[in-house]
Every structure is written in structure tokens, then in C-alpha cells.
Write a protein that binds this ligand. Sequence first.
Ligand SMILES: NC(=O)c1ccc[n+]([C@@H]2O[C@H](COP(=O)([O-])OP(=O)(O)OC[C@H]3O[C@@H](n4cnc5c(N)ncnc54)[C@H](O)[C@@H]3O)[C@@H](O)[C@H]2O)c1
Length: 303
Amino acid sequence: MADKARIAVIGAGLMGHGIAQVFGLAGHEVSIFDTVAANLAQVRSRIVANLRDLGDDEAAAERVRPCADLGETVRDADFVVEAAPENLALKQKLFADIESHARPDAILASNTSVIPITSIMQGLRDRARALGTHWWNPPFLVPLVEVIGTQWTSPQAIAWTMELHAAAGKKPAHVKKDVPGFIGNRLQHALWREAIALVEQGICDAETVDTVIKAAFGRRLAVLGPLENADLVGTDLTLAIHQTVLPAIDSRPAPSPYLEKLVADGKLGFKSGEGFRKWSPEAQAALRAKVVQHLKKARAGDA
Ligand SMILES: NC(=O)c1ccc[n+]([C@@H]2O[C@H](COP(=O)([O-])OP(=O)(O)OC[C@H]3O[C@@H](n4cnc5c(N)ncnc54)[C@H](O)[C@@H]3O)[C@@H](O)[C@H]2O)c1
């Protein structure tokens, strides 16, 4: 991998500007494209504000070059990452355009949250260089990037991408099969399904679910993954627990009717002031600030 790669980011929104920031801070030359001029105009000031807040080198923003032309943005790039809206047709069209302008050896990646990489990339002429890189928000505070290969992706493209992200200070994880939710969101939403079921079944209220997680295994999760934990307590004990517990926990292959009713009733969470719980503007701001503080502390601890 080149120490100084040329990176093109497509989409300068929440994820795109943060991804550009990480690569700029790692010393790469970054070009960034957006169809909305105002978003492109703001990208550098957003990055400077983030860098300042984190105490990172503000010169990194100078390595991020906003560009209003897609062809020019990707023409010289070694690596192109798309962070445009979560819409299959839009992403397919973008990658067809990107492929027509990019160098034949450039690696092409999508930061889709849940759309199979196979569906996005199937129309490309060269699918061996196409893959997924799934970042987590905010990109400059959450270390993980899932690197997803399809049946066509070359091992070289995966290896180069893993190295690029590791060298930029991220924690890349290789997802060997292009399955919905990759790894992180499958795990996260298995937990959310049971969290909702506990409330739906009247076992506890929503606040209690969150308290139980945050005050118990949530405390350990950042340093003790579930499979490390299973080994720690013993696979025999894990088996005995599963024999009793698994038949009792939710395994419905569809969203909970409780969740569907919340949405139908307009209880959309922060944006409507109520979801599983009620949220005043002050409570929303306090929770957002608490999460960012926590992530900043964790990042400082990693350094
Ligand atoms: N927000 C998250 O927490 C998160 C986490 C992981 C992955 N993702 C994924 O990342 C992608 C981007 O999400 P986001 O939250 O940054 O969205 P966003 O709405 O903040 O940003 C999308 C940007 O793309 C621009 N855009 C629209 N059409 C475009 C086009 N044709 N070409 C280039 N740019 C275009 C928009 O103007 C906007 O600036 C989505 O696929 C999303 O699912 C989001």
C-alpha cells in the first residue's frame, strides 16, 4: 500500500466528510464530491471544527479537496469510497459513472449500511476490485471498518483495503460473505430484537432494558467480546445456558409488532420527542453529548 494514496470520497454528508477527515489526517490526498454545492462548500469547515475539537492536526483539512465534478474527483484515485444516500438505484448509477472515469486499477468501495455489495456492484465491468467498507458514525471516533468482499472481489483488493484502513488508524474487520447486516449490524440487531421483546412482553420497561445492559455486560463489552466471554466462563456452561435460554428468547424473522405500532403512532424517537421513551430537547442533547464524550475518552485510551 502506498504511504500517500489518492483517495476519492463520493458524498460529503455525515459519513463522507468524516471518512475524508480520517484519510486526510493519515496523510493521504483526498478529493471529495457531492451533488449539493452547499454540502461541498461546508466540508472543509466541518472537518476543521472536528479536528479542533479532537485536538488533531488542522492541516489535515488542507489535504481534502472539494470537487464539483465526479470524473475529476475519481480520475487519479487509488481508492474510491462512496458515501451517498442509501438508495440502490442511485448507488448503481454512481458506480457505473465512477467506473467509467476511474483508473482500471483503482479499488471501488461502498459505505452502504445494509444494501448487499453484490447488488450495488453487479453491473460493473470489473467486479474483482469492488467491495464494501462499512464505517460507523462518527467515522473519526469509532474504530471499526467492516471490509466486505463479494464472490467476485479479489483477495488482493481486500488485503490492500485492510492495510489502507489499518494504516489510517482504523480497525478493519474482514467480512468473508456479503450477507445482510454484515457482522456488526447482525449482532447489534439481534440484541435490539430481544430488547424490544422484553418490553413487549411486559418483563420490564424500556429504561430498565437499557440500564441492565449499560450496568452489566455493557461495561465489559468494549474489552470482552461474547466469544472471549464464552471461553472465559467455559463452552460447557455456555451450552447449558443456551439449552435453557434460547427456546425462550425472541426468534421472529420480522420486525416486532410493538415497534411497528410505535412507528404507526408517530412515536419516532428523538425526532418526534417520543419513541420507546419520552425525550425532551434537553434530554436528547445530554444523551448525544454523553455518547460523544464517551467515544472521545475511548479514543484517547486507544492512543
Ligand atoms: N449515518 C450513519 O450512521 C451511517 C453509518 C454507516 C453507513 N452509513 C451509510 O453511508 C451512506 C451515507 O450516509 P450519510 O449518513 O452520510 O448520509 P448524508 O445524507 O449525511 O450524506 C449523503 C450525501 O450524499 C450527497 N449526495 C446525494 N446524491 C449524490 C450523488 N448522486 N452523488 C454524490 N453525492 C450525493 C448528499 O448531498 C449528501 O451530502 C449511506 O449509504 C448510509 O447508509 C451511514
